[in-house]
Unconditional design. Structure first.
Length: 248
């Protein structure tokens, strides 16, 4: 074991591929440098399984996007890919955050939380995405982007309730993402794959199964709390601030 640790330390001191600072904007399956870094990080983790930095760098080698200036709620870039396979990247960022301490602490935990939000959202796990973005919003370097994504994530959580309370008369009345929730509405995409034009068709109700069985009201702010019948806003009192709580 000691021999393995010494080998790992020597590798890190000699400019290990694991510690590359930049990669081409393509998936690992199309990038030899990404694959080399992933393999090297994995090898180093066999000797140093508790080093948060190694998980961070392996995740960075697997992370593809999006462009920091763009997000799912900013047309026409709704089809962004953030990782070839989100699962392993989520694991690495979670391990990096969990094991970050002392000399092995992460220099930029805010970015890890921000990226976790994107990864969860790319899987449609909006509750997990909102939780991660709420964490990221506490870090000045990523707070602005995290708050924008957080706002959009909360809108996704309340979308089925909002559509139940105010059913759309026409598909063109829907936002891009709402089209995915309503039967009979389809996206209109013309020209390039990023040329968003809107929705068309005749709404026939909600897609089956789009309304989650449970909703954590605590993930919502006052604006979105009011858009669901399952939550209510508790005004600020003497001992605590305002909060969104279960309606029941």
């Amino acid at each position: 074991m000691l021999h393995g640790v010494l080998l790992a330390a020597a590798a890190l001191g000699q400019g290990s591929p694991c510690f590359q600072s930049s990669f081409p904007p393509v998936r690992p399956s199309r990038s030899e440098s990404r694959r080399e870094a992933i393999a090297d990080c994995t090898r180093l983790l066999l000797a140093e399984p508790f080093d948060a930095r190694l998980y961070w760098h392996r995740a960075a080698a697997r992370w593809v996007g999006p462009d920091p200036a763009r997000g799912w709620n900013e047309p026409p870039h709704f089809d962004l890919t953030v990782a070839e396979d989100p699962g392993p990247v989520i694991f690495d960022y979670e391990q990096a955050l969990h094991r970050s301490n002392g000399e092995r602490a992460l220099e930029d935990p805010g970015t890890a939380w921000l990226r976790l939000g994107y990864l969860h959202a790319s899987k449609g796990a909006w509750s997990d995405a909102v939780r991660a973005w709420r964490k990221a919003a506490d870090f000045p370097g990523v707070a602005r982007e995290a708050r924008a994504r957080l706002h959009f994530g909360q809108a996704r959580l309340t979308a089925p309730d909002r559509l139940i309370q105010a059913p759309p008369a026409r598909c063109v009345d829907l936002t891009f993402w709402d089209c995915a929730f309503v039967l009979g509405c389809v996206l209109v995409v013309e020209g390039s794959e990023r040329a968003f034009r809107g929705c068309k068709g005749a709404p026939r109700g909600l897609e089956p199964g789009v309304r989650p069985r449970t909703l954590d009201c605590g993930l919502l702010d006052e604006t979105f709390c009011e858009q669901t019948r399952r939550c209510r806003w508790r005004p600020a009192g003497r001992l605590r601030g305002g909060a969104c709580v279960g309606a029941g």
